[in-house]
Ligand binder design. Structure first.
Ligand SMILES: [Zn+2]
Length: 590
């Protein structure tokens, strides 16, 4: 009988089969499939072909730094102005960079709404549209911000343009028109609810509404910088009215914060969340000044954007934060090029380079994309389309917290009512009754990574007999020794045998004495009935996951009596097999 106690089986996992072992790659594939399906056009209007790369990021900190209208020449001129040498802006040092196309759903030159929607949702739309399916049925398109929020992460939208500007709106609102600024702000504070909203005031920014929705509202630089960033969880800051002029502009009001100051406050609030965050930060002045063909304002804007990027890089590099380049991705990008600008003469540091402008609108010139951190290697140099940003930055890999439902397999139970039986696929499992019967049941928990935190665990049983669940309570105890259906038998007459009724009931050798759950409750049989593991039960599963206790499963019985009440389960088939639903959180990446 030594085979029953074989040390080789001591992990309790090797011999356990589960018909529904959930594998992360499959989940990722399903997610991608769902997203692809969600992107299918529902109308007859052909949607432009879009390649949704099978990529995603498992980064804990996802940061998009968006230079609105920032084409390659804008970046080149910015380096000349900031340092005297092109190619020297902080994001130009990133190893991974490429260029990106950005035409809208009709194939025409994009506006900020259509391009930001493509990046935020992976779906091409018409100009002016904020993350709803147009052309199409107008349905809301889930944004990156919402996907990360749904992974329990904090989120933030920061811009020195109007808070309701089309670019942040695409991440936090769903409106058929970018001009619906009040509705966009309403979507922010009532629907997507970013933890941080910082931007220009007016244009729909409603301080009363924000306050009523639980936001701490600030409206000038002093109040922003006085915020207790360790205590704040939802902040809405609207400063001035419309675009905040770039730092250094003559006559600029000192009551207005700069973009780097807003970035600093946002990071300090968002990084309080141990689950990580998603941050979108925009510089809209790059676009506005380019529409005006205003070289000085463009250079001030590039310098300010560059300083905001540097703030973010410093935050990642700061050893006192939990961020590092193994758990963070920073992407610097643009939605389109504005002005058809070409820089012709470098006039040195602090001097506006000589530029020529060919347009006061947007152009189709591909824009630069720079990436650093976890997943940045997906940016290989090959040109991408703006929908790829969604594919790249959607949360992927294991969820931080998730649920898995395990189904008992044919070899995972043993039934005292049928001694010497191997039950295969037609077992009816009986606990209690007269004489006493026990069920031994175990689960393959190997899908749950070691170190995960178990939040809850609920067993479900298909109760078969109308008389079941009558009489008394049934208890679940952790087992102390190993077994398999194939090599263990029930034998009342041999207490040293693999399992006797006495053995299954023996609290000193075969099972522990702490009840981990009690009777399942549900409707009238035949029906599913559920029982949640109690605190001791969750702690037991936690010990199994941690490897602190071998996972030999449960004994189920009412050990208090031997009456003819019963607990009869439909057993193994894919429909009725017992289930164990476990909700857990992965160990922190930090
Ligand atoms: Zn523009």
């Amino acid at each position: 009988m030594s085979h029953n106690n074989s040390p080789k089986q001591s992990t309790g996992r090797i011999m356990i089969l589960s018909t529904e072992t959930i594998l992360w790659p499959w989940l990722a594939l399903l997610l991608i499939l769902a997203l692809v399906l969600a992107g299918l056009p529902v109308s007859a209007t052909p949607e432009p072909s879009r390649t949704l790369a099978p990529t995603s990021t498992s980064a804990k900190y996802v940061i998009i730094l968006h230079g609105d209208g920032m084409g390659p020449q804008h970046v080149k001129a910015g380096g000349m102005y900031v340092s005297g040498t092109p190619g020297t802006l902080p994001f130009e040092m990133f190893t991974n960079k490429t260029t990106m196309t950005h035409n809208n759903a009709t194939g025409a030159t994009t506006d900020s709404a259509a391009s930001a929607t493509a990046m935020a949702t992976g779906v091409k739309v018409n100009n002016g549209v904020i993350s709803v399916r147009l052309p199409g049925d107008g349905a809301e398109l889930t944004s990156l911000l919402e996907l990360h929020r749904d992974r329990a992460r904090s989120t933030g939208l920061v811009t020195e343009d109007s808070m309701t500007d089309a670019s942040p709106a695409a991440y936090g609102a769903h409106e058929p028109s970018r001009n619906n600024t009040s509705a966009i702000f309403n979507d922010f504070v009532t629907q997507s609810r970013p933890n941080v909203l910082l931007g220009g005031g007016g244009n729909g920014f409603d301080t009363t509404l924000a306050a009523s929705q639980g936001y701490t509202v600030v409206s000038d630089r002093t109040a922003l910088l006085l915020l207790d960033t360790e205590a704040q969880t939802r902040v809405a800051g609207g400063f001035g009215s419309g675009l905040i002029p770039p730092a250094g502009q003559v006559g600029r009001s000192a009551t207005l914060p700069t973009l780097p100051e807003m970035a600093d406050v946002a990071l300090k609030i968002l990084d309080n969340d141990p689950d990580g965050f998603f941050l979108f930060l925009e510089h809209g002045g790059i676009d506005k000044s380019s529409h005006a063909n205003n070289g000085l304002d463009l250079m001030l804007s590039m310098a300010e954007f560059s300083a905001a990027v540097q703030k973010v890089l410093n935050w990642v590099d700061d050893p006192t934060t939990t961020a590092d380049w193994a758990n963070t991705i920073v992407i610097v990008l643009a939605d389109h090029e504005t002005g058809g600008m070409i820089v012709t003469v470098n006039n040195g540091q602090g001097q506006v380079p000589t530029m020529s402008w060919t347009s006061t609108g947007h152009t189709q010139t591909p824009v630069p994309v720079y990436a650093k951190g976890l997943g940045a290697d997906q940016i290989t140099g090959a040109q991408i389309d703006n929908t790829t940003i969604f594919a790249l930055l959607q949360p992927g890999g294991p969820a931080l917290c998730t649920a898995v439902t395990l189904t008992a397999g044919a070899d995972t139970w043993l039934d005292a009512a049928n001694p010497n039986a191997t039950h295969g696929d037609d077992a009816k499992l009986v606990a209690d009754g007269s004489p006493d019967n026990s069920i031994l049941l175990k689960w393959d928990l190997s899908a749950i990574p070691t170190g995960s935190t178990i939040n809850s665990a609920t067993m479900s049983f298909h109760i078969q007999d109308p008389n079941d669940q009558s009489g008394s309570a049934f208890q679940f105890y952790a087992l102390r020794r190993n077994w398999s259906e194939a090599n263990a038998t029930w034998n009342d007459s041999d207490t040293s045998a693999p399992w006797g009724t006495v053995g299954a009931q023996n609290a000193t050798s075969d099972r522990y004495t702490t009840a981990l759950a009690t009777s399942p409750t549900g409707g009238a049989p035949p029906t599913w009935a559920n029982t949640a593991l109690n605190g001791d039960g969750i702690a037991q599963v936690q010990r199994w996951i941690n490897g602190a206790d071998p996972n030999y499963g449960f004994a189920i019985q009412d050990y208090a009596d031997a009456t003819s009440d019963g607990f009869r389960l439909n057993a193994f088939n894919s429909t009725n097999a017992p289930r164990l639903a476990v909700h857990y959180c992965l160990p922190s990446m930090a």
